[in-house]
Design a protein around this ligand. Structure first.
Ligand SMILES: NC(=O)C1=CN([C@@H]2O[C@H](COP(=O)(O)OP(=O)(O)OC[C@H]3O[C@@H](n4cnc5c(N)ncnc54)[C@H](O)[C@@H]3O)[C@@H](O)[C@H]2O)C=CC1
Ligand SMILES: O=C(O)CCC(=O)C(=O)O
Length: 529
């Protein structure tokens, strides 16, 4: 059997390959080389990148088998998440892998600027013993302004509080309670710019944040202020930074990230009051190992068809141990549901009844939709694009939970309204210590039959001899019946007969059954593959 292919598009820690294990074919490419990337991505199942590879809409369209894009780090500005979601491709990152490293580098930049360490070192190595030129400033009792008080901002706060600094922060999405918990004073952007001695930026790159630190912001800063960017190139307008440094509008800057990377000859590189590093925030042994292992685990889960806690374009999150067995069951129920439909679906209710209803069962909704669309569209259906497919078709989806259930510990039901006004439903459960997957209801008829790869659903007028007729036709065509349940409707003499058979039932055979017993419904549900 061919192994799924994982493409490593950048240099990643050796621990990444170890954590992937032997179940994959590993290929390498240089993701920064566009033509290499587009050729290499064409037939891979997963791609692992850092920040130098642009996994944009063009690359995603070229990747016909791609199921997961894994970013071994935090920032996802090099991945087109919208295009990935449309294509059913899961995007994962390693959100906490490198935050300590990035926070420590930021503190390094702050100290380098405060004490002119790189410049003094370069001068001494060049034979100059200059002490007064490199007189610095203490951090003690200084005001540090943090723009973006997320994971890294919070780590920097804790580290700089040890220097007995005062931390100000601007982050419109952080509550004052969170700021108080961190011992930070939340202020407006203007207040932060005007009061801070060191201003450090820790936001994502978004249309809202690009160029946020431009000419106007530099005008508001103290002449003695230092600015640090270990977040993303472009948050600071590079031309405005050059002017501010050259004109003495600010005292200096520490920059790890650039609009264009790699960049080796930007105008401000020539200035004495700038410390630059080549995007080293995450470049530690520890961060790379954590990022590599984290995304390798996510890739393993994603390629096994499971939901991934670190997926950024799936609403599933961490799945409770008791909810997990329901995922393959409800996906199968989704496929049975589709086989039962005879008109377009306008509404789907995913009902979770029983003990698990109190848990986070969002993953069951995703799995149900994945099942519903698996046999409907030619494109790959995943937890990622299943909700998109429902939305595109105008299907209203509801997740309904109730702890009340009559005969079983838990029952999962898909109930649908069709455009012709009719309703369909299929219910299932897991029974016994082996957690056998069973169908326990179809269109309101009670049954209890283990799910198998081939199911036949028949609805007909109750009368003697029908079961024998069905069995006879199937036998004539070499189809063995593994199980059968007949259920009579409570309000009439319609009967539902659910059969599990050992092989697929060709349409012609199903048509003969339908004719012979005058069935109003005769459907085969093929769960193979
Ligand atoms: N230089 C490097 O090697 C590394 C850089 N990074 C970058 O650092 C940045 C921060 O990462 P995390 O702290 O993990 O992200 P995070 O998502 O935990 O925090 C970002 C914070 O920015 C805030 N924010 C968003 N828009 C804002 C706005 N308009 N004004 C003010 N605040 C705003 C959010 O509310 C959030 O609290 C990201 O851009 C990430 O890509 C992360 C790791 C390494
Ligand atoms: O992988 C890298 O070195 C880039 C790290 C980074 O910028 C991030 O994780 O956002």
């Amino acid at each position: 059997m061919t192994k799924p292919v994982v493409l490593l598009a950048e240099e990643l820690s050796p621990a990444t390959i170890e954590a992937l294990g032997p179940d994959f074919e590993i290929r390498h490419t240089d993701g920064a080389d566009r033509s290499q990337l587009l050729a290499a991505i064409a037939d891979v199942d997963a791609i692992l990148v850092r920040s130098a590879t642009q996994v944009d809409a063009e690359a995603i369209a070229a990747a016909k088998k791609l199921k997961v894009i894994a970013r071994a780090g935090v920032g996802l500005d090099n991945v087109d998440i919208k295009a990935a979601t449309q294509a059913g491709v899961m995007v994962v990152n390693a959100p906490t892998s490198n935050i300590v490293s990035a926070a420590e580098l930021t503190v390094g930049h702050i100290l380098s600027l405060a004490r002119h360490i790189p410049a003094a070192s370069a001068a001494l190595k060049a034979g100059e013993w200059k002490r007064s030129k490199y007189t610095g400033t203490e951090l003690y009792e200084k005001k540090i302004g943090i723009i973006g008080l997320g994971r890294i901002g919070a780590l920097i706060t804790a580290r700089l509080q040890a220097f007995e600094t005062q931390i100000l922060a601007y982050d419109p999405y952080v509550t004052s309670a969170r700021a108080a918990q961190l011992g930070v004073q939340l202020v407006s952007l203007d207040e932060l710019l005007e009061q801070s001695d060191f201003i450090t930026i820790h936001m994502p790159k978004t249309p809202e944040t690009v160029g946020m630190i431009g000419p106007e912001a530099f005008r508001k800063m103290k002449n003695s202020a230092y600015v640090i960017n270990v977040a993303r190139g472009g948050l600071i307008d590079e031309a405005a930074l050059f002017d501010a440094l050259q004109s003495g509008a600010i005292a200096g800057a520490g920059i790890d990230v650039f609009v264009k990377e790699p960049s080796t000859d930007l105008p401000f590189f020539g200035l004495d009051n700038v410390v630059v590093t080549p995007h080293l925030g995450a470049s530690t042994e520890e961060a790379q190992e954590k990022a590599g292992v984290s995304v390798a685990k996510s890739v393993r889960l994603a390629l096994a068809g499971e939901l991934v806690p670190d997926a950024v374009n799936v609403a599933g999150g961490v799945i409770d141990r008791e909810v997990r067995p329901g995922i393959p069951l409800i996906e199968k129920l989704g496929r049975v549901f589709t086989a039962l439909t005879h008109a377009s679906v306008t509404q789907i209710d995913v009902e979770v009844a029983g003990e698990i209803a109190g848990k986070d069962v969002k993953a069951l909704e995703l799995a149900a939709l994945k099942g519903v669309f698996t046999d409907v569209v030619s494109e790959q259906v995943s937890y990622v694009n299943a909700p998109v497919l429902a939305e595109q078709r105008g299907i209203n989806v509801r997740l309904i939970t109730t702890e009340e259930v009559a005969d079983y510990r838990n029952v999962l039901t898909l109930r649908g309204a069709l455009s012709d006004g009719s309703q369909i439903s299929v219910a299932g459960t897991l029974t016994g210590p082996k957690q056998i997957e069973k169908i326990v209801g179809v269109n309101g008829y009670d049954v209890e039959i283990p799910i198998s790869e081939h199911l036949v659903v028949l609805i007909y007028q109750d009368r003697p001899g029908v079961v024998g007729t069905v069995g006879g036709i199937l036998a004539e065509n070499g189809i063995n019946i593994a199980g059968m349940q007949v259920s009579r409707a409570q309000d009439g003499n319609q009967v539902l007969c659910l059969l599990t058979v050992d092989s697929a039932v060709p349409q012609a055979v199903l048509d003969s059954v339908r004719e012979a017993i005058d069935a109003s419904t005769a459907r085969e549900v093929d769960l193979e593959g």
